[in-house]
Design a protein around this ligand. Structure first.
Ligand SMILES: *Cc1c(COP(=O)(O)O)cnc(C)c1O
Length: 476
């Protein structure tokens, strides 16, 4: 049945807003928002009439204002839905930059909640009653954990590198190996940051080989520092030569220059203790002679987004004096989350139990397999007979550019298309269906298979996962 309406059938805004049907809506959302939404709904209807399209509503129905109120409420509900959505990260990448990187343990979450609710001594010295420094809240801890003399914290590691260069290399030269001119996802490139920091990049060596003499020869009276950058998301293999932090530091010291290291991920503990790939620690880098080390708060550290700068006290003092420090400083929410995370590192034996990211990195393949097995049937039912769901071994990644070539043994559900025709399009459609769930499920496609890696879906979330699939089936 197609009903034809004219513009004259549309109810007026004033009439709708003064009707009884709109009273609850006005009470819930207020006049301004409701009238804006009514206008939008009326405009949609007008457009449909203009284009002779079927309307979302019968304009001649009795109780039209009630029907309109329903329509407006549902479109308002839709527009009120948070744009920030929680998802299931089944990509196999634990620290997924696009999915928010590190997940925080409950005690850090609670500290954040309290910090948002209450006043605190963010920059207030409780002993003198005078003004304090927000860095004081975490400086001692960072020094204890890294062996550095001093520390400061900014918004993220990109900010840390920018601030470090702008403070210590302003209008002077910075010597970096060509093998370390890294680009991190999201447009962080060492040469670009260097320019914005108003420092001059002096490239030395070649992509695959840089020697100690390359550093020596590049030093002039314009040199401000020798800098090393962790390759993070790539690895150069084959005929290669890299100069170690220790060697670079020795050369720098001989010339009275600081050696700085952008460590990227930056871990505070030896990960091999948990059977994880080897990664140099911040402490080892300081002990090797680095004068400044910068690293991220939400990569291997497993904390909130932040950029940590540790090193020599005189250089940290210079960095803190830079007016840019004020522009790049962290808020109280970050500090509230960071402090308890750093406290956890004082008991490293307990990290795998207490630090969420470490728990995920070290989760036993047998436990991950159990999760995959527990969810196989409900997923098979949800995808239907055109697909086959199987428990399969997979390889997870740490993520965020940490150890790009090292893989962690994992398990998950592998979904193959077994219906008629080529699988490509069907798998893409299935991936889209998973993303369309109210808590979207994010997997990845490889070799005509949709892979859902279960490393980051812990046993206490299994019920939530299968219940959502069940509910989605019954709602169709
Ligand atoms: C990740 C990374 C950065 C950027 O750190 P953010 O915390 O994402 O700002 C800078 N340098 C290196 C080497 C990195 O790996």
């Amino acid at each position: 049945m197609t009903l034809i309406f004219s513009f004259r059938d549309l109810p007026s805004l004033d009439k709708l807003l003064s009707s009884d049907a709109f009273k609850p809506l006005l009470a819930d959302y207020g006049h301004q928002l409701v009238s804006r939404q009514v206008r939008l709904v009326l405009e949609d209807l007008r457009q449909s009439i203009r284009e002779n399209k079927p309307l979302a509503i019968d304009l001649k129905a009795p109780e039209l204002s009630h029907k309109m109120a329903q329509l407006v409420r549902s479109s308002l509900n839709q527009s009120m839905q948070s744009r920030l959505r929680l998802v299931f990260n089944l990509t196999g990448v634990v620290l997924h930059t696009n999915l928010g990187r590190a997940l925080l343990p409950e005690m850090a979450v609670e500290a954040v909640v309290e910090a948002m609710r209450n006043p605190m001594n963010l920059e207030y010295d409780l002993i003198s009653g005078g003004r304090g420094d927000r860095d004081d809240l975490i400086e001692d801890l960072l020094c204890e954990l890294t062996g550095a003399e001093a520390a400061t914290v900014v918004n993220n590691n990109a900010a840390a590198v920018l601030l470090m260069l702008n403070s210590l290399a302003y209008e002077r030269e910075v010597v970096v190996s060509r093998g370390e001119l890294v680009e991190i996802g999201g447009a962080f490139r060492i040469p670009d940051i260097m320019k914005r920091a108003n420092a001059k990049l002096v490239e030395i060596g070649t992509t695959n080989r840089t020697h100690a003499r390359d550093y020596e020869q590049a030093i002039s009276d314009k040199t401000s520092m020798l800098m090393k950058v962790h390759c993070s998301n790539y690895e150069i293999s084959g005929f290669t030569k890299e100069v170690s932090v220790a060697e670079v530091s020795t050369i720098a010291q001989k010339h009275g220059l600081p050696a700085t290291v952008d460590l990227g991920s930056g871990t505070l503990v030896d990960l091999t203790k948990w059977g994880l790939p080897a990664e140099v620690t911040v402490r080892q880098t300081i002990e090797a002679g680095a004068d400044i080390v910068t690293f991220s708060g939400d990569k291997l550290l497993g904390g909130p987004q932040a950029g940590l700068i540790v090193g020599r006290a005189d250089l940290i003092a210079q960095i803190k004096k830079n007016p840019l420090k004020r522009a790049l400083r962290v808020g109280k929410i970050t500090l509230a989350a960071l402090e308890p995370i750093l406290q956890l590192y004082r008991s490293p034996e307990l990290l795998a139990e207490r630090l969420t990211t470490m728990r995920l990195f070290t989760r036993a393949p047998s436990a991950i397999k159990q999760t995959a097995e527990a969810l196989q049937a409900s997923l098979q039912q949800w995808v239907g007979a055109d697909f086959q769901v199987e428990v399969a071994p997979m390889a997870s990644q740490i993520g965020s550019g940490a150890m790009p070539v090292e893989l962690l043994d994992s398990y998950g559900l592998a979904i193959r298309y077994v219906g008629a025709g080529r699988p490509g399009r069907h798998l893409l459609a299935l991936e889209e269906r998973l993303r369309g769930l109210s808590k979207p499920v994010i997997g990845r496609i490889a070799e005509d298979t949709l892979l859902l890696d279960m490393r980051c879906l812990e046993s206490h979330q299994e019920a939530e996962f299968s219940e959502q699939l069940q509910q989605d089936l019954t709602s169709i």
